[in-house]
Design a protein around this ligand. Structure first.
Ligand SMILES: C[S@@+](CC[C@H](N)C(=O)[O-])C[C@H]1O[C@@H](n2cnc3c(N)ncnc32)[C@H](O)[C@@H]1O
Length: 412
């Protein structure tokens, strides 16, 4: 193979990379070279289905984000909604530089993988895999692979993703980390306070634990009817099994999305307690998702909503340092924004709290799970619970110390 010469920067700060230089990468992505547009593609050609593109960042560019405006213009004109954008950063790059590129591409594009290329091989790195391709390219660099926002949030993609990893979202009883996993679900469920609902809805239920905890918290003899839905059929199946095993007498699970919730169907009653934990950050259309959420709540009913906190100390650090992150971390909301949006939909705020310490707890949980067989788990759950209790008592003034938030509102 002949080694391609390193392309120089153009006036717009980008570098021309021919598609065939990364033929192995496009092969691996399942994108035919005929579909790949480059900076040589004449302007004005409509991006038909599957149209993808490659653009280069010159070796000498120190701050990659400076070329992003030109890159975005090129990508908007050339990549179809189901296509792929490859940004080839020539030469060596630090994790921080790649993280800054990822941040600058968001929210139009989500970076899903990197291919580290050299004369001797290609390494694909994604959040769930590291894999050598048995091929090489003549140019050393990092190919950053991004998908358009709409493709990343597509309903089919969500279903496939959660079906595939459904067992992981169910937790592993007795395994390291399981106490913390269950503690978080219980914490959210009990944030509802001393209510005795008749109908509870778990909105984006996953394995069902939040709704189950809420139903089990009801006074003796007053167990509510529990309804739950999730886009993933496999998770609805697991939630149904979990509810039966937990002794929930009246349970109904359905598949569906929060933007168009499957409960209540025509003729069914609204819910007097709605819980949604860790779901809003997966929505590609948050206003519609919130409309869906509020539409399920009965007058006088209680809503408990919680999720990860975009501006926590740990999340900010991860966005600066890590080149690849799950999309939900990019899409996470801060509670103030969510509160305002819910109040604008007529709900009345009651209380909120940060939970799940942002610093040292995730690191220690990881250590406990990976090296100590879960030996630290009881201590860590106790420490975490104590921090949340204090935070609640203080009026939750130190939200950024926590990776998650939860709040309670009422429908008048
Ligand atoms: C982090 S899990 C949380 C599951 C559960 N609420 C819990 O606390 O264990 C996120 C869940 O949201 C679901 N989900 C993703 N997008 C959704 C959407 N647009 N509407 C409702 N649920 C969604 C996923 O299938 C997944 O089960």
């Amino acid at each position: 193979m002949t080694t391609p010469t390193t392309p120089a920067a153009r006036n717009d700060g980008l570098a021309l990379i021919k598609a065939r230089v990364l033929e192995s990468v496009f092969d691996d992505l399942g994108v035919g070279l005929a579909k790949v547009r480059t900076l040589e593609t004449p302007p004005g050609m409509p991006a038909t289905s599957g149209a993808s593109a490659i653009v280069g960042v010159p070796r000498e560019t120190k701050v990659i984000a400076t070329c992003v405006p030109a890159m975005l213009d090129f990508a908007r004109a050339n990549v179809a909604a189901d296509g792929t954008l490859v940004v080839f950063c020539i030469g060596e790059r630090t994790s921080e530089e790649l993280a800054a590129l990822r941040n600058a591409l968001w929210p139009e594009w989500h970076v899903v993988a990197h291919y580290k290329t050299s004369d001797t091989g290609i390494l694909r790195v994604a959040l769930d895999e590291k894999r050598e391709l048995k091929r090489s390219t003549g140019m050393k660099g990092i190919a950053v692979v991004a998908r358009p926002r709409a493709a990343a949030f597509a309903p089919e993609a969500t279903i496939v993703k959660f079906d595939k990893n459904a067992a992981g979202w169910n937790g592993n009883p007795g395994g390291p980390g399981y106490r913390h996993f269950r503690w978080m679900r219980r914490y959210v469920a009990l944030f509802a306070g001393p209510v005795t609902p008749e109908r509870v809805l778990d909105f984006g239920c996953g394995a069902g634990w939040v709704g189950i905890e809420a139903a089990l918290a009801a006074p003796h003899g007053k167990q509510p009817e529990l309804c739950a839905f999730d886009p993933s059929p496999e998770l609805v199946r697991i939630a149904t099994e979990n509810a039966a095993a937990a002794g929930i007498a009246r349970f109904e699970g359905r598949t569906g999305f929060g933007e168009n919730p499957p409960f209540p169907a025509v003729g069914e009653a609204l819910f007097d307690l709605v819980l949604s934990s860790g779901v809003i950050s997966f929505s590609g259309d948050i206003p519609r998702w919130l409309d869906g959420l509020v539409s399920t709540l009965a007058p006088g009913g209680t809503l408990v909503i919680g999720d990860i906190h975009r501006e926590s100390v740990g999340m900010r650090e991860r966005r600066t340092e890590r080149p690849l992150l799950p999309m939900r971390e990019m899409n996470a909301q801060v509670r103030e924004e969510v509160r305002l949006q819910l109040e604008a939909r007529g709900l009345v705020f009651e209380a909120w709290c940060g939970y799940q310490l942002s610093q040292r707890l995730p690191q220690l949980n990881h250590l406990s799970a990976t090296r100590l067989g879960g030996a630290l788990d009881p201590l860590l759950v106790w420490w975490n619970a104590r921090a949340s209790k204090r935070e609640l008592a203080s009026g939750s003034r130190h939200q950024d110390r926590f990776d998650s938030w939860v709040m309670r509102l009422r429908r008048p």
